[in-house]
Design a protein around this ligand. Structure first.
Ligand SMILES: [Zn+2]
Length: 134
């Protein structure tokens, strides 16, 4: 059978528990406030970054206005309607241009002339798969 506590002990224990609850509540409030400030800082930084990126998108969009979209560009060789890849050419005509430039450079380095077909010429018996770029 539990002993009956004295009123004085109960009173001081009650005061202690009340004080403890008060202190813990204060500390919890301070911790929440600290974390809320840190959270607000991060949110504000992200909002600023988002505004910067939105402005950048606007600038790029304005700069691109009036130009055909990258996907809409076509090869500059007459009769070729392949999508653009580099230097105004489609993948095939770009590779042909690079190959020809390499042949010319190699021949020059060897002190020779490049004697392969001139641009636009077809080798006898060979029909190019795509129109020549020159
Ligand atoms: Zn082409």
């Amino acid at each position: 059978m539990p002993r009956k506590r004295s009123n004085r002990l109960s009173a001081s224990l009650g005061a202690f528990v009340e004080e403890l609850a008060h202190v813990l509540g204060e500390q919890a409030n301070q911790a929440v406030a600290r974390h809320t400030r840190a959270y607000d800082t991060v949110v504000n930084e992200l909002r600023a970054e988002l505004r910067r990126l939105e402005k950048r998108i606007e600038r790029v969009s304005a700069a691109r206005a009036g130009r055909p979209a990258r996907d809409a560009r076509r090869c500059k060789v007459e009769g070729c309607f392949q999508p653009h890849v580099a230097r105004g050419f489609c993948k095939n005509h770009y590779q042909q241009t690079r190959y020809r430039e390499k042949k010319i450079a190699d021949a020059r380095a060897a002190g020779k002339r490049y004697t392969a077909p001139k641009p636009g010429e077809r080798r006898p018996g060979r029909k190019p798969k795509v129109p020549l770029p020159f």
